[in-house]
Design a protein around this ligand. Structure first.
Ligand code: HAM
Length: 433
């Protein structure tokens, strides 16, 4: 058999990257729970129909980037390109909208799949953390999700993020804007890319997002959505900005920000950060308000707001910014058998130590003590337990504090208490000494 590679645009996680991915997941889920969000997990496979109606027929994500397959029962399925549509489906399935306390506040972390050209910051399998708040229509809720996003990035150590915001207005505002865009683009349509010809028909808002050079230049001269916002939408947007001002969250209004999914209305936002080496990984996250998504999918007429961040882009930036230095697979207690005869006792003690809640490796060989100490140091162990004939006979351990170099004999019956005390003190004093 030849060399086996992962599928193009997909990757393995191990070592530092795995630890960072987990840290991003845990930090953001933890922050979401500080804001009162409950975690939800939905299937990776859903019906193709869900995404067509959810993300929108005219989006690149649905037209070009979905991994579609047919199962053995002939059902057309897709690997989810994003998680919001599946969560709306889960709300309907579980009738969560009839719960007494609205809004529902849900958070999630998991893989998503898009058949894009793999490049810097762009994978075919990537991970998203996100939140959805459903069942209340309030600028305060829009601002809350932006605040949550900021808290998460702050706790990971980020500074200087750029928050771009825009308002897409309500349905009426967008309908009249679409007509204005068609009027603007119609005379140029012949020179534009094939995709834009289709976007013109399906949703001309998408044309503003085109990456083709000539089309990009045209987009610059296009009418601005801001001029088509109805009075209500304008007031709502201003209210959201006022709340952000009050929280001291800096933002930039970007009238060209339209987002890549069709379900948005009113406030939308994205978060960006240029890397120190000048690399542009693309948006770290994005989201916004969606008025008609649940209804479009056949559910109740309830609005929502949410966002998702791309964990791989966050991970790459953390490494560049030096926020990524994590201890390697550290263990707390090193088990050091003195001579091969002590191996069975050493195995027993390592089993007991883990039952006390401390990490330890099972020794497989005795080997030289000096080599065992070096390995303990590499693994970051704080405590070494030396186990020889005498310890075995006396059902005790010789405990060495690898920081203070002090040694003492501790009976097995007192070991848990002793380790608890040492590691509690370590927590109180932190790791600075
Ligand atoms: P999105 O902007 O399509 O929104 O994706 C959110 C984030 O996922 C992006 O900002 C980016 O960081 C990351 N991302 C997207 N595609 C890739 C890729 N190919 N490789 C690596 N990272 C990627 C959504 O998905 C919406 N569901 C967000 C949302 C939730 N809106 C309301 N609620």
């Amino acid at each position: 058999m030849g060399e086996m590679n992962p599928v193009k645009g997909m990757r393995d996680y191990l070592g530092e990257d795995m630890r960072l991915l987990r840290r991003i997941e845990e930090t953001f889920l933890g922050v979401a729970s500080l804001y009162g969000y409950e975690e939800i997990e939905t299937p990776i496979l859903e019906s193709v129909e869900l995404f067509r109606r959810g993300a929108g027929e005219g989006t690149d994500i649905v037209r070009k980037e979905m991994y579609e397959l047919t199962d053995k029962g002939g059902r057309p399925l897709a690997l989810r390109p994003e998680l919001t549509a599946g969560i709306m489906r889960a709300i309907m399935t579980g009738k969560l909208h009839s719960l007494p306390d609205m809004p529902l506040r849900l958070s999630y972390f998991g893989p998503a799949f898009r058949y894009e050209r793999p490049q810097l910051g762009r994978l075919r399998e990537f991970h998203q953390f996100g939140v959805e708040a459903v069942g209340a229509d309030s600028p305060a809720l829009d601002a809350e999700t932006i605040a949550l996003l900021m808290t998460g990035f702050r706790l990971l150590g980020f500074q200087g993020l750029r928050i771009l915001v825009n308002s897409l207005g309500d349905k009426e505002s967008r309908d009249s804007y679409r007509e204005a865009l068609r009027d603007y683009y119609r005379p140029h349509l012949g020179e534009m890319c094939e995709d834009c010809q289709e976007r013109f028909r399906l949703n001309p808002l998408r044309m503003l997002d085109c990456k083709v050079e000539g089309d990009k230049a045209l987009a610059k001269g296009a009418p601005s959505l801001q001029d088509y916002l109805g009075e209500k939408s304008r007031a709502r947007f201003e209210e959201t900005l006022k709340i952000l001002d009050g929280l001291g969250i800096p933002y930039e209004i970007d009238p060209g920000l339209v987002r890549g999914l069709d379900y948005y209305s009113e406030t939308v936002f994205e978060v960006h950060l240029l890397s120190p080496s000048g690399k542009d990984y693309g948006a770290l996250g994005g989201g916004g308000h969606y008025g008609g998504l649940l209804k479009e999918l056949g559910g109740p007429d309830l609005p929502g707001v949410g966002f998702a961040i791309g964990a791989e882009r966050v991970l790459a930036l953390m490494k560049e910014l030096g926020l990524g230095e994590e201890e390697a697979g550290a263990i707390e207690v090193a088990i050091l058998p003195v001579g091969e005869d002590s191996l069975p006792y050493a195995q027993e003690v390592s089993y007991l130590v883990r039952g006390m809640g401390f990490s330890a490796e099972t020794p497989l060989r005795a080997g030289k003590l000096s080599a065992q100490f070096r390995r303990a140091e590499r693994k970051g162990a704080r405590i070494a337990l030396l186990l020889g004939e005498e310890e075995k006979e006396g059902r005790k351990v010789r405990l060495k504090d690898l920081r203070s170099e002090e040694q003492e004999d501790v009976p097995l019956s007192e070991l848990e208490e002793r380790l608890d005390r040492i590691f509690e003190e370590e927590e109180e004093h932190g790791h600075e000494d």
